[in-house]
Write a protein that binds this ligand. Sequence first.
Ligand SMILES: Nc1ncnc2c1ncn2[C@@H]1O[C@H](COP(=O)(O)OP(=O)(O)OP(=O)(O)O)[C@@H](O)[C@H]1O
Length: 247
Amino acid sequence: MSETASPAIAFKGVHLSLGNSRFHFDCAFERGVVTAVVGPSGSGKSTLLNLVSGFEQPDSGTVEIDGVDVSRLTPAERPVSLIFQDNNLFAHLDLYTNVGLGIHPALKLTQEERGAISQALARVGLQGFERRMPASLSGGERQRAAIARALVRHRPVLLLDEPLAGLDPALRSAMLELIAELQAETAATMLLITHEPRDIKRLAKNVVFLQNGRVLLAATREEFFRRDDLEAVQQFLGESDSAAISP
Ligand SMILES: Nc1ncnc2c1ncn2[C@@H]1O[C@H](COP(=O)(O)OP(=O)(O)OP(=O)(O)O)[C@@H](O)[C@H]1O
């Protein structure tokens, strides 16, 4: 991974215990690119993202965003947006309100901000969907609405926790394109949890591979795909490939 520019996110001697699981992260994430966060189930991928978003705080060590120690800040105080696999939207609120909440929790919006909501919905292909309720949307449309909300927030860091899981192949590929376009437009630093090598190939510049709560390998995408000397990486590539072709 590039070490020349200052990283957007840095874990410095971070230790955390959750139940019987122990995590130790010392790693950095390059600014303005997508880094794929991969590894076996239970290796700590969501926990790593939670430490960035503030849903977990380290027992010791620090998490820095843009050189600022954010370890003790609440999620709302951090310069971060999040998109999960599902449950990104409030089911009882229409899309206009769901996206608007990304700008202001009490929806005290200026004329310009109100315009930005409709623009963001149009940007993700949901023009005219302002009054639609989440339950009336397909899974792919709901994920696009979540991206619209991230867009209006203008945060420098976007965390994507398996946002494509559960989508059919055509929707997956449309979402991959959309995320790639938004990354190019906004130059946000993105961390993407995925189980799919093709997501890494399409989107990621770097890859961080976790095992047992630690970073096993931090590499560029090209280096990562050459590291099949590592059994865990070989297993990830093998299993994912077979999963990709099975019905
Ligand atoms: N709040 C918690 N209390 C106890 N154990 C926890 C807690 N949160 C996570 N863990 C444990 O920590 C380990 C890592 O969890 P995590 O969700 O970060 O893994 P993951 O790599 O994202 O897994 P997956 O790919 O299955 O989503 C798991 O064994 C999990 O059960």
